[in-house]
Design a protein around this ligand. Structure first.
Ligand SMILES: NC(=O)c1ccc[n+]([C@@H]2O[C@H](COP(=O)([O-])OP(=O)(O)OC[C@H]3O[C@@H](n4cnc5c(N)ncnc54)[C@H](O)[C@@H]3O)[C@@H](O)[C@H]2O)c1
Ligand SMILES: O=C(O)CC[C@@H](O)C(=O)O
Length: 479
């Protein structure tokens, strides 16, 4: 393994010792084959870089590597807004439109430092154990159920998502679907596409005055609540947490109470063990005769066989499904029984809106998600900042500035066991610790410290001392 000084390439006749520390050199033996970049000057941070304190003009960018050597794999058509931010950093970005079969994913994940996915790609422990260089995962969506968050944290891999950038898009889709179901617009449109004029009013309703029951009153549920009320609907909601209702929306005490009182039931809960088949035969039986069911949460939340039964028996007058237990890797003619055994039966049902998981698929949402998640990835890769992480403690320190040329940022992800901080601070204690923050989440703790007066030649020893502690999960030294 090279020393930090050896790690600095000699350019323009400068020796490592002559290199000005006003450039952003850093060291992380995770990247032992990577060089630092004495030519890179970051006095003007890229636009993507949101500040967390300190003046932008004097911010010193920290990087443990030659940015061109950072490999990023983006799957599932991550928006160009996000791709551009990552490319502007100089990272090597490979963007693929679909998700990958597990064997190809394992092959590709072996040497990337950053992976960006959406809802389809399963980053299970079996996949992640092959990800030897991976330091961070970006979920360019809300849901993070597709990632083994605990395995990732235990391996020192930080996970980010975009908690609400597509909430409005989902809520608007729900409003559209509620009206379409109430008026059977999908069926009328399909008929007319086949040349059939079928002007009917039987079983078609206004939504004004009807009750919308929202299961899960989080970001999506709350947005939907406001929109529905503005159309004259009455809103009730059920959530496992006590939440203030917006407008005149009222929380009910049980799922059954919601099911019994709603004309439309819409599901906005995360995928959890407790939400698997949350709506099955017994719950549909509780619903009003001729009511409607909408699911844009996760495919596991509704027992589809029970929904088909409810539709066929006329208990449900209509339904809208945006999510399915199995979803294809990419676009194409995939919605057959090979994907889900009941797919073709569903396709034959009347007043059933089927959409390919597009609740959050608008230009606005995807562009905002691209920026939000890519920014979080850059801050993590370049500065170690974990604000917004979903599986690690949220730790940030204000920027180092160009006035602090010999400062080094130490990031130490470690097992959350007694005595670690004392040992880490013994190691850091040879320098002045300017600022430090540490926090824990479950079994994993994250320490970030800015220490001053560090010679380049001392960095490797500092790194190695931290690596040698039994509590170590991952050490990064950025400078
Ligand atoms: N179709 C799409 O394109 C799309 C887009 C965005 C989100 N989603 C899905 O929708 C889900 C909800 O999104 P959100 O942003 O509103 O999430 P959120 O985390 O803001 O809200 C979820 C709410 O569900 C509640 N909840 C959890 N378990 C519950 C249970 N058993 N019963 C009742 N309530 C429960 C939580 O307390 C929380 O208030 C996401 O987890 C995601 O899976 C789908
Ligand atoms: O865009 C996606 O793939 C997922 C959308 C949605 O389900 C989410 O979790 O944000």
């Amino acid at each position: 393994m090279p020393t930090a000084a050896q790690n600095i390439p000699v350019r323009n006749g400068n020796s490592a010792n002559e290199l000005s520390r006003s450039v952003s050199n850093s060291f992380n033996p995770t990247y032992e084959n990577l060089s630092t970049s004495p030519t890179a000057s970051f006095s003007s941070p890229p636009n993507s870089y949101g500040g967390v304190g300190g003046s932008r003009a004097s911010t010193k960018q920290l990087k443990p590597f030659h940015t061109q050597d950072i490999k990023v794999l983006l799957l599932e058509n991550v928006n160009l807004s996000g791709q551009d931010i990552l490319r502007k950093q100089g990272y090597q970005v490979e963007a693929i439109k679909s998700s990958l079969p597990e064997d190809q994913l394992i092959e590709k994940i072996q040497d990337v430092h950053v992976i960006g996915i959406r809802s389809k790609t399963q980053l299970s422990a079996d996949v992640l154990k092959h990800a030897k260089n991976l330091i961070v995962i970006g979920c360019f969506c809300i849901g993070t159920n597709q990632v083994d968050l605990k395995f990732a944290a235990d391996a020192g891999i930080c996970v980010f998502n975009s908690p609400f950038s597509n909430s409005r898009s989902v809520a608007e889709q729900m409003i559209g679907e509620i009206i379409c179901l109430a008026r059977q617009i999908g069926d009328r449109s399909n008929e007319l596409h086949r040349g059939v004029w079928n002007k009917v009013s039987a079983g078609c309703w206004e939504v004004r005055g009807k009750t919308l029951g929202i299961v899960g009153y989080g970001h999506v549920g709350a947005q939907l609540s406001v929109l529905a009320e503005s159309m004259g609907m009455k809103v009730i909601y059920y959530d496992v947490v006590n939440l203030m209702g917006l407008g005149t929306a009222t929380q009910v005490g049980s799922l059954n109470e919601l099911l019994q009182g709603s004309d439309f039931v819409t599901l906005h809960v995360p995928e959890l063990a407790e939400t698997k088949n949350l709506i099955s035969e017994a719950q549909i039986a509780q619903m009003k005769n001729g009511s409607y069911l909408l699911n844009a949460s996760r495919g596991s939340v509704v027992d589809i066989a029970a929904l088909i039964k409810g539709m066929k028996e006329g208990k449900l007058a209509g339904a809208a499904l945006d999510v399915f237990p199995n979803e294809p890797a990419g676009n194409g003619e995939h919605f057959h029984n090979q994907l889900n055994s009941w797919a073709e039966e569903l396709r034959g049902l009347k007043n059933l809106i089927l959409t390919p998981h597009i609740g959050g698929s608008t230009e606005e949402a995807q562009s905002a998600i691209g920026v939000e998640v890519a920014d979080a990835l850059v801050k993590y890769v370049n500065m170690g900042i974990t604000s917004g992480a979903v599986n690690m403690p949220e730790v940030t320190l204000r920027h180092l500035t160009q006035d602090e040329p010999n400062h080094v940022r130490v990031i130490y992800i470690h097992k959350n066991v007694p005595g670690v901080l004392r040992r880490v601070n013994e190691i850091l204690g040879n320098h002045n610790v300017d600022k430090q923050m540490t926090d824990s989440r479950g079994d994993v703790a994250y320490l970030m410290a800015d220490i001053s007066s560090v010679n380049t030649s001392e960095i490797k020893e500092l790194y190695q001392s931290l690596e040698d502690l039994g509590s170590r999960i991952r050490t990064r030294v950025l400078y």
